[in-house]
Write a protein that binds this ligand. Structure first.
Ligand code: ADP
Ligand code: MG
Length: 240
């Protein structure tokens, strides 16, 4: 589903991603870990073309992306993204937030988009919040709306960048629950998170980034119980 080859990205003199190779299969759930500043967000942003990598290739769902010919909007539609800080439109209701892109980007008609939004709201447990504004919702509810909004574009892949890091601890579970359900349904997902319990339960693979490289990857059970790289050991110990 995703194939990243020799990807690199710098900001000025700072070489954030050095040479990343990563293949992600359809329906696979990959959790990205690594210290703050190790390039996790940059890697996700490259996958969604919010950042342009200097070198390397990315293909998503068999479409090669780093080339002049690529229609970025078309590829972006395949990749849903959920951010730490929700990024909902504050002046739009929950329903309006969800139907905006399906109508204006995908060209769905309003009725069709509304109907789908209602189904998605039910899926994330917010069917009674369609006409609320974001600031009338808790952080956990906002994040569930953000997930529904991303799903409304019918993406092939969902990217999550620390989706629960800005939430009060008691609200983390409801968001992870929705993500767990998505994984169970077979969504291909790349998730940056420090929720190691979740990673252990849901991830097919854990990938550790350090200094712009993937230094270790494997099944969560192996990475968490028997990390091989000293940097991974240190990182995991800090989370305990
Ligand atoms: P992580 O998500 O793992 O914490 P990031 O990908 O956000 O790491 O950042 C990696 C490094 O790149 C950091 O040193 C950060 O300061 C730098 N960086 C990220 N985005 C930019 C940007 N737009 N301009 C300059 N430097 C950036
Ligand atoms: Mg980050």
């Amino acid at each position: 589903m995703i194939e990243i080859t020799n990807l690199s990205k710098s900001f000025g003199p700072l070489n954030v991603l050095k040479s990343i190779d990563l293949k992600i299969k359809e329906q696979e759930v990959v959790v990205l870990i690594g210290a703050s500043g190790s390039g996790k967000s940059t890697l996700l942003r490259c996958l969604n073309f919010l950042e342009v990598a200097e070198n390397g290739e990315i293909s998503i769902d068999s479409e090669k992306v780093i080339s002049q010919k690529t229609n970025l909007n078309k590829v972006r539609e395949k990749v849903g993204m959920v951010f730490q800080h929700f990024n909902l439109f504050p002046h739009k209701t929950v329903l309006e937030n969800i139907i905006e892109a399906p109508i204006f980007v995908r060209g769905e008609n309003k009725e069709e988009a509304r109907e789908k939004a209602r189904i998605l709201l039910k899926k994330v447990g917010l069917q009674d919040k369609a006409h609320f504004y974001p600031d009338q919702l808790s952080g956990g509810q906002k994040q569930r709306v953000a997930i529904a909004r991303a799903l409304a574009m019918e993406p092939k892949v969902m990217l999550f960048d620390e989706p629960t890091s800005a939430l009060d601890p008691e609200l983390v579970g409801e968001v992870l629950q929705v993500m767990k359900e998505l994984a169970r349904e077979g969504m291909t997902m790349v998730i940056v998170t420090h929720e190691m319990g979740f990673a252990r339960e849901v991830a097919d693979r854990v990938v550790m980034l350090a200094d712009g490289n993937i230094i270790e990857e494997g099944h969560p059970e192996d990475i968490f119980t028997n990390p091989k790289h000293e940097r991974t050991q240190r990182f995991l110990n800090q989370l305990l």
